[in-house]
Design a protein around this ligand. Structure first.
Ligand SMILES: [Cu+2]
Length: 265
């Protein structure tokens, strides 16, 4: 009776784990290509666990562990009420060393690249990175391009769309005019808060030219929803410069909803 109960619990647990595993994939892959599926490269490539990453090793371990559990439960179950509990074993030094060292080694293997990635993602932009400034204000985005001039020879700036060359490290300086906003282009990088009175800095690299959707990820007032924007990654620096030379500052705002239409993702 007790044995059967445990077997049932074990089976339910196995089924649940499989369902939850598959569900997670469906959810991660299903939120929408513009927000979750990472194909913009650079930072995102390193910081996102994609649906499918690590699933097969996990499935193998799941089958192994749950299989052993089921075998043990069936094989060593109590068959009759008179059956006495088996001889109890206490302490097995070799076994204990093995199950301490093996997980420790596994954790070490996972930890080293993780820490290396964490530091790389959090580092300051390189000195030769292409600089842009994102200014968050209620309720729009202004993007500035230090050193770049528009078609009339004035300092270039745009509203609602951030232009940059692809395949190049971009140094993004983040400034807020009024309240805390948050700069987020899910396909390109993680989000970073923009705090009035200080300049936060992050780097990204759009390895695939295209148009990416971005949005303010910090509720900043009633019209927070208006703070969507597009990132246009030009195919190279020459293409970006050509666009800059033919653009008048402050004009040509893309409708925030048009990012999807332009994106190939
Ligand atoms: Cu905002």
């Amino acid at each position: 009776m007790g044995g059967e109960f445990i077997v049932r619990i074990g089976l339910i647990k196995a089924v649940l784990q499989i369902v939850v595993g598959i569900g997670k994939d469906v959810i991660l892959g299903g939120i929408g290509p513009n927000l979750v599926v990472a194909d913009g490269g650079g930072v995102e490539e390193k910081s996102t666990v994609r649906p499918g990453d690590g699933v097969w090793p996990a499935v193998v371990i799941l089958i192994l562990v749950e299989g052993l559990l089921v075998v043990a439960l069936l094989r060593f179950r109590r068959r009759s009420p008179d059956e006495l509990p088996p001889k109890q074993v206490h302490g097995n030094t070799r076994l204990e060393i093995a199950w301490t060292v093996a997980p420790a080694a596994l954790l070490l293997v996972l930890t080293v690249p993780t820490i290396a990635s964490v530091f790389d993602l959090g580092r300051a932009p390189k000195a030769d990175a292409f600089p842009v400034t994102a200014v968050g204000q209620r309720w729009s985005w202004k993007f500035e391009y230090p050193g770049v001039q528009d078609s009339e020879g004035n300092p270039l700036f745009t509203f609602g769309e951030l232009h940059l060359p692809a395949n190049q490290e971009i140094a993004v300086s983040l400034e807020a005019v009024d309240v805390i906003h948050s700069f987020w282009v899910p396909k390109l990088a993680g989000k970073l808060d923009i705090v009035p009175g200080r300049t936060n800095r992050m780097w990204l690299n759009a390895t695939v030219p295209g148009v990416y959707a971005g949005q303010c990820a910090e509720f900043c007032g009633l019209e927070h929803y208006k703070m969507r924007f597009c990132v246009v990654a030009h195919k190279d620096l020459a293409d970006f410069q050509e666009w800059a030379a033919s653009t008048k500052s402050g004009t040509g705002e893309l409708q925030p909803t048009s990012c999807e239409g332009l994106s190939d993702g």
